[in-house]
Design a protein around this ligand. Structure first.
Ligand code: GCW
Length: 616
């Protein structure tokens, strides 16, 4: 009999090997339940009933002598995982029909065919190596289980920056792409492919102009061929006219014209066309203070609202910059009511500690969804934090973010503390509630701590250029990326109100006013929206410069306290990884504290009121 070592269901608890090949979600559900019940042993059989029309939804019930799962084709599998998790967590079964809030819950991999992952912090690609497919099918099934158990239903395989070798996924390597899709299908997961807008040019046409009928016909044929091999392909994902990627602008066409042409090619197959809205001028002159990067996407897309085909999804990063520690929601979420939008999150901790520093995202997403209101979007997407490392996510705690992403996609009203505790209970085998409390607190507070010792108050971008880890306050200041703090001896930040770059005017009335006024602007975002002198008084009476110093000292102390806590926790086989990483985190925190405090001390000449050590 297979072993069920401990209560870890989610990542590792279903430790039995999925070496058989289930063919359908129903078969997967049967297999998982058979094995689980054999170890769980409460004597009750599980009766499964498929009702096709239920799609992804399911209903669970418990009779005297048996459990019942009724569900649609994939709903039945979601129901099975929900039952297993409820039993493990000793929770009562959810009542009534359970259905996901968003029909598309997508994980985006930034995997290159070389095996490297752009912004990957958990090892190499799970499916590419040496410009070819290369994987262990059992591991792919584990991945399928992991994603299905939290309701993720689409995964894009290749980097949105489509490099030459990945172009083969749609022709030369298509049979192998189809094989991987087949492995994930029984988990209710469909694959998606990132495509290069200029592909027709690489394959013999002399243009990629979206309004040229030959180009449209070319894409149609390509799509027909792909869907013939992968009939349930979810669609194409496109990064165009963004950071040097080709796009419709080269032909004087709009993003709507570009996206719609591709959308028509995939529509007959039920595919979606996901078009990323991450577009700005990455060749900006730092001397030009009239151009403001956060304004860019709204300028481009707002006028196009309502002009996209039905199967286009505009995928918008949560903030207008780029996955910073704290950003306001992108104004596009409020300014595109007639366009289907996806919110893009980043599980890969590019700017948030690179899976070395702890950064639990659910508290941040709770705030984002509360500001957003769940109806404004139709889909969620997240850049994957997975890789070939044994523990999948580099830092074992980073698995929480993937788990939470699935849960938020299913139910954006998810309550954070309960979610964190579910994850802890599914992952660790603590016998003392104090241990669970301690870890829950560390995770809850981790983002605030990270924010304090890095670039607080919405400052953003004080990271080392290129690798984006560690402090470098002038790293981006004289560069072309449009990400400046403009700190001088008197003041720091950029005025983004109507008196400045006008960015706040992109928000609808109550928000625009709230952000534009320093009295009502949330303090955590003060320097995102305003340029303020160092002696500006914060609400609690401290000066701005004192608050900056205090945050850095406190953030660093908090990280050190975290280390003490973690060193005492019984984390089982994760102990070595966690301890090694928290040491790197505290080193990082000290480096940030000293570099940023010294930077502002040198500029402002202001002394720390508490006389702590700031280097000259
Ligand atoms: O955050 C930036 C990253 C790039 C990434 C880009 C994007 C895939 O630094 O590595 O490219 O965003 O989202 O397209």
């Amino acid at each position: 009999m297979s072993t069920w070592k401990d209560r870890r269901v989610w990542l590792r608890a279903l430790t039995w090997d999925i070496s058989q090949e289930p063919d359908t979600p129903l078969e997967t559900a049967e297999e998982e339940l058979k094995r689980f019940m054999a170890v769980y042993q409460d004597g009750r059989p599980v009766v499964l009933e498929t009702i096709e029309e239920m799609g992804e939804s399911y209903r669970l019930s418990q009779e005297d002598k048996e459990y019942h799962i009724t569900g649609g084709r994939t709903g039945i599998l979601y129901g099975a995982y929900a039952l297993i998790q409820a039993l493990l967590l000793k929770k009562s079964l959810p009542e009534g029909v359970q259905a996901p809030c968003y029909p598309l819950r997508m994980l985006n991999s930034w995997d290159n065919m070389s095996g490297e992952i752009e912004r990957g912090y958990a090892g190499r690609s799970l499916w590419f190596e040496g410009d070819a497919f290369s994987y262990d099918p059992a591991r792919i099934r584990q991945l399928g289980r992991m994603l299905a158990s939290v309701g993720v239903n689409v995964i894009s395989l290749n980097n949105v920056n489509v490099h030459a070798p990945a172009q083969g996924l749609t022709d030369r390597l298509l049979p192998e792409t189809a094989k991987l899709a087949a492995l994930l299908r029984p988990f209710g997961i469909r694959i998606m492919l990132s495509v290069d807008f200029s592909l027709p040019l690489q394959r013999g046409l002399d243009t990629a102009d979206p309004l040229d009928p030959r180009v449209e016909e070319w894409w149609k044929q390509l799509a027909d061929g792909i869907w013939e091999k992968i009939p349930d392909l979810a669609g194409f994902l496109v990064k165009a006219d963004s950071e040097h990627r080709p796009g419709p602008n080269a032909y004087g066409r709009t993003h709507a014209e570009g996206a719609n042409m591709l959308a028509r090619a995939v529509a007959p197959h039920g595919g979606v066309l996901v078009w990323r809205a991450f577009v700005y001028n990455c060749m900006q002159d730092w001397r030009d203070s009239s151009t403001d990067r956060p304004c860019a996407a709204y300028h481009i897309y707002h006028p196009l609202d309502g002009t996209f085909e039905e199967n286009v999804i505009l995928q918008v990063k949560y903030g207008p910059f780029d996955f910073q520690v704290r950003e306001p929601l992108s104004p596009l979420f409020f300014g595109m009511p007639n366009t289907r939008l996806a919110m893009e999150l980043q599980l890969a901790q590019e700017y948030t500690g690179q899976q070395i520093d702890i950064f639990a995202m659910p508290p941040m997403w709770r705030e984002l969804f509360d500001d957003l209101g769940k109806e404004r979007i139709r889909a969620v997407a997240a850049v994957s934090n997975l890789g070939r490392d044994d523990c999948w996510t580099g830092h074992p705690f980073a698995a929480l973010n993937l788990y939470a992403f699935g849960r938020f996609g299913w139910d954006p009203d998810t309550e954070v503390d309960a979610l964190i505790r579910d994850w802890i209970r599914l992952t660790y085998d603590f016998s003392q509630i104090e241990d669970e409390d301690a870890l829950a607190r560390v995770l809850q507070e981790s983002r605030k701590t990270y924010e304090k010792y890095t670039a607080p108050l919405g400052l953003c971008w004080m990271v080392n250029p290129n690798n984006h880890y560690g402090p470098s306050p002038y790293g981006y200041e004289f560069q072309a990326w449009g990400t400046y703090n403009r700190a001088d001896r008197n003041a720091v930040g950029i005025d983004r109100t109507g008196n400045g770059t006008g960015y706040t005017d992109q928000y609808p009335a109550p928000l625009a006013g709230k952000y534009a006024d320093t009295d009502t602007c949330p303090e955590e975002l003060l320097l995102y929206f305003h340029r303020l002198p160092y002696d500006y008084r914060m609400k609690d009476g401290r000066t701005l410069i004192q608050r900056i110093y205090d945050d850095h000292f406190e953030g660093c102390e908090e990280a050190e306290r975290m280390q003490d806590i973690l060193e005492k926790l019984p984390l089982g086989e994760d102990t070595t990884e966690v301890i090694e990483r928290i040491h790197r985190q505290t080193d990082n925190a000290r480096e940030w504290r000293d570099v940023i405090n010294t930077f502002f001390h040198r500029l402002s000449g202001a002394e720390d009121e508490k006389n702590r050590k700031i280097y000259d």
